[in-house]
Design a protein around this ligand. Structure first.
Ligand SMILES: O=c1[nH]c(=O)c2ncn([C@@H]3O[C@H](COP(=O)(O)OP(=O)(O)OP(=O)(O)O)[C@@H](O)[C@H]3O)c2[nH]1
Ligand SMILES: [Mg+2]
Length: 202
């Protein structure tokens, strides 16, 4: 069984591979190296749908996408859909983390949540989407080197530091996991995703 994911983010692919341990996960760039979608929407769902539909159309196959980010209460939900480009287009995770810590200097309310919207596009059908959230807070400085993106700055409400736990542990509790669980519960759609020839002989 193979699933194609319309993402170029290696951290997301690693998360998906861990969560879908019994399914082969293929990043879209393995099939279409030049695949890019401009994320023009201002919601996670809007961008997730754009990415999934664009890839599904290009391949003629069911495809899932992931649009995600970090929403910080004291920053009115920023960086939100702009999480990947918070410190500017092409910003590194380190640049984004530095900007976030600076924005929260002397800020007491550090509550935040990760949001993940997975869209499933199936040729000839309406696209569906599934949301997962993980609540927690932003640390005063980074802890650990695990995960990707803002993980080293995030502690869950239950006290797990995302930068200090394994990919497997993150895969049990993450916003991505929660969105995927909802997709799995949409049994008929999930069945179509699993039972296709995901990328021919790749
Ligand atoms: O610490 C983190 N742990 C996570 O689990 C996580 N999930 C998302 N993010 C952040 O949000 C951006 C997504 O932006 P995004 O959905 O546009 O993805 P992207 O541009 O990186 O790749 P693509 O899927 O669009 O190809 C990412 O770059 C990260 O900064 C995360 N940070
Ligand atoms: Mg993106």
């Amino acid at each position: 069984m193979k699933i194609v994911i319309a993402t170029g983010n290696k951290g997301k692919i690693r998360d998906f591979k861990t969560i879908f341990s019994d399914v082969e996960v293929i990043g879209i760039k393995e099939l279409l190296p030049d695949f890019e979608v401009e994320e023009t929407e201002d919601t996670f769902e809007g961008n997730a749908v754009l990415k999934a539909e664009s890839a599904s159309k290009a391949l003629g196959l069911p495809v899932i996408s992931d649009d995600s980010g970090l929403c910080v209460d004291a920053l009115d939900g920023a960086p939100g859909v702009y999480s990947a480009r918070y410190a500017g287009l092409g910003a590194s995770d380190e640049d984004n983390n530095r900007k976030l810590l600076a924005a929260l200097t002397d800020v007491e309310n550090r509550s935040a949540r990760f949001v993940c919207v997975i869209a499933l596009a199936i040729p000839g059908r309406d696209t569906r989407s599934y949301v997962g959230q993980l609540h927690g807070e932003i640390l005063e400085s980074s802890a650990g080197e695990g995960g990707f993106g803002y993980d080293p700055l995030f502690k869950t409400l239950q006290g797990e530091h995302l930068g200090m736990i394994s990919t497997e542990q993150k895969g049990e509790i993450s916003h991505r996991r929660k969105a995927l669980e909802k997709l799995k519960h949409d049994a008929s759609a999930f069945e179509i995703l699993l039972n296709h020839d995901g990328g021919a002989d790749k």
